[in-house]
Ligand binder design. Sequence first.
Ligand SMILES: Nc1nc(=O)c2c([nH]1)NC[C@@H]1CN(c3ccc(C(=O)N[C@@H](CCC(=O)O)C(=O)O)cc3)CN21
Ligand SMILES: CC(C)C(=O)C(=O)O
Ligand SMILES: [Mg+2]
Length: 275
Amino acid sequence: MKNTVVTIQEAKKRGEKITMLTAYDYSMAKLIDESGINMILVGDSLGMVMLGYEDTLSVTMEDMIHHTKAVTRGAKNALIVADMPFMSYQASVYDAVCNAGRLMKEGRAQAVKLEGGKEVFPQIEAITKASIPVVAHLGLTPQSLNVFGGFKVQGKSEEAAKKLIEDAKGAEAAGAVAVVLECVPAKLAELISKQINIPTIGIGAGAGCDGQVLVYQDMLAMFGDFKPKFVKQFGQIGEQMKAAFSQYIKEVQNGVFPAEQHTYGISDEMLEKLY
Ligand SMILES: Nc1nc(=O)c2c([nH]1)NC[C@@H]1CN(c3ccc(C(=O)N[C@@H](CCC(=O)O)C(=O)O)cc3)CN21
Ligand SMILES: CC(C)C(=O)C(=O)O
Ligand SMILES: [Mg+2]
């Protein structure tokens, strides 16, 4: 069944957990979608896991649209959320609406996600008014890396925790359909989840959230540049891939691959003519 913003909000009301993973291309979106996921995030994390940047700041609207198009072609049932990249919504409400519109119109995403609280309430409101569902993203907001001084857990002080609660409530009031909570103490994320009506999707925010999201390369152990504490490896796919690649290299080198069954024939008469 096709997931929509309404079905994920109903899931929260019924107390059913919401599942989300990232995807950045057609094949992976299809595999994840066929596994029965509720939501797929085309995250700006693609800058790091797909493009090899050290952070998400260099990701462009063109990058996001390119990958979103591929994902939306692959996923039939999941609700597709596309990240708004750095500087596509911060400078003005006008930018935010136009760029959110491109992710929907060109990428065919069903919702957009943007980072920040109070600072971006006008953007959340305006994009929502344009009939584009918005997911808010609070806590560790990687596009603010240079303000935080690194990828660090947020909301530990009383002041920061209070701002996080106010930001979550304000995002809901501004029209957000869900809130991602990244690297927030579990007890605080649980409290926020109880105090708002829209679903919270946690990453490093504990089991008290209404749903969970992970970057697929992290949960498949395909990405080794860093391993945040919140990552659980559900498979050792990186190792399995390397073993298969090594096997291929060995078989090509010693003539085992390709075998007869991997080749195409030609008639003996034809071959005689050629000789
Ligand atoms: N592969 C990947 N996975 C992600 O979850 C992810 C990305 N890339 N790119 C965009 C952001 C960046 N994220 C990150 C990156 C690093 C940490 C990290 O190293 N966290 C420390 C916290 C240190 C502390 O404050 O205690 C950790 O040990 O978990 C967390 C989130 C989450 N997002
Ligand atoms: C880590 C998730 C929430 C994200 O924003 C991304 O993948 O870009
Ligand atoms: Mg992101």
